[in-house]
Ligand binder design. Structure first.
Ligand SMILES: C[S@@+](CC[C@H](N)C(=O)[O-])C[C@H]1O[C@@H](n2cnc3c(N)ncnc32)[C@H](O)[C@@H]1O
Length: 300
């Protein structure tokens, strides 16, 4: 276990946590059924759900894409190192738990800039004895700091899977493209880019309604077309693996998304819409539900 970031002074950490406005990591946590969020985040999630009542499927299928991608990379492709930028709050299955189930020697470095993720990061530093995890409290927009600190845990002479899953829609074009290029440049041959991204290509009306609720709350929320998502791969000469850039639920679908344990029907009936989301079976999904593209590319 590692994690220099965890030595931060608790008073300083409290000072950094803003509970007066919604934060992306915490709103996402609401949709995943987590507890590490505040009333303002639940209000933002409820507004997004009112705008798109099956919008929780974007979140949960995005997370399930990450499960399938890490399983594929660790299980079939022999990848043993992961750099997960925009990690989000710890959840039931984090990247190291998924990878280490197949490959116990996997090393994972997590990066996020949200102080609440930092406050809960200990749950990400639970590597098995054969592998290693670390947490870096840093901004995607400071790739030099990320690369320097990640090199304490990851071997940059061996392939690394760079995971940018549901983070790039918080970053405007002029910053996002050169940073992704720079990060991929630092990786050796055989490395992978695992990427997912919100789009208005698929069900524009739904996602624009959601976008309005978030931009009203001060989030940057950039929707990118398939061509714009492909550009992240093309600019670094990455070869897209099958099936290319596709709606998240279609990327190597295995129909094995975990189904939450169901409570008593009477308990469920008493919950509000946002509380019910955590019990939804996401295997009930159609193309009309999904607004997230997902893809993996390989560096030659
Ligand atoms: C929607 S969540 C995605 C979490 C996880 N990657 C997943 O897909 O399940 C986006 C995460 O990116 C983080 N994030 C947003 N902008 C960031 C930035 N500039 N630097 C680092 N992390 C950022 C947020 O704090 C949040 O935890």
């Amino acid at each position: 276990m590692s994690g220099d970031a965890l030595s931060l002074d608790p008073a300083e950490l409290r000072r950094r946590i803003d509970t007066t406005r919604a934060h992306p990591a915490r709103v996402y946590d609401v949709f995943l059924g987590g507890k590490d969020n505040y009333p303002v985040d639940r209000e933002a999630a409820a507004a997004a759900l009112a705008a798109n009542p099956r919008g929780y499927l974007d979140v949960r299928h995005n997370r399930d894409f990450l499960r399938r991608a890490v399983n594929t990379l660790a299980g079939e492709d022999g990848i043993r190192q992961f750099l997960d930028i925009g990690t989000g709050l710890p959840t039931a299955e984090n990247v190291h738990q998924i990878a280490q189930r197949t490959a116990p020697d996997s090393r994972v470095v997590y990066v996020d800039n949200d102080p609440v993720v930092l406050a809960h990061a200990r749950a990400l530093l639970t590597s098995g004895p054969d592998g290693r995890t670390d947490y870096i409290d840093a901004d995607f927009k400071d790739p030099a700091q990320i690369l320097e600190q990640a090199a304490k845990t990851l071997d940059f002479d061996q392939p690394i899977a760079l995971c940018l899953v549901a983070i790039l829609h918080f970053v405007e074009d002029e910053e996002a493209y050169p940073i992704v290029r720079g990060l991929v440049d630092a990786l050796p041959s055989g490395s992978r880019l695992v990427l997912s991204h919100l789009t208005e290509d698929l069900n524009a009306e739904n996602i624009r309604a959601v976008q309005r609720t978030y931009t009203e709350r001060g989030f940057t929320f950039v929707l990118r077309t398939k061509g714009e998502v492909e550009r992240f791969f093309a600019e670094s000469s990455l070869e897209l693996v099958e099936p290319g850039v596709v709606p998240a639920h279609r990327w190597r679908a295995d129909g094995a998304a975990p189904v939450p344990e169901q409570p008593e029907a009477s308990y469920l009936a008493g919950l509000d819409d946002i509380e019910k989301v955590r019990y939804a079976d996401i295997n009930d999904v159609t193309d009309a539900d999904i607004n997230v593209y997902a893809a993996v590319g390989t560096k030659a």
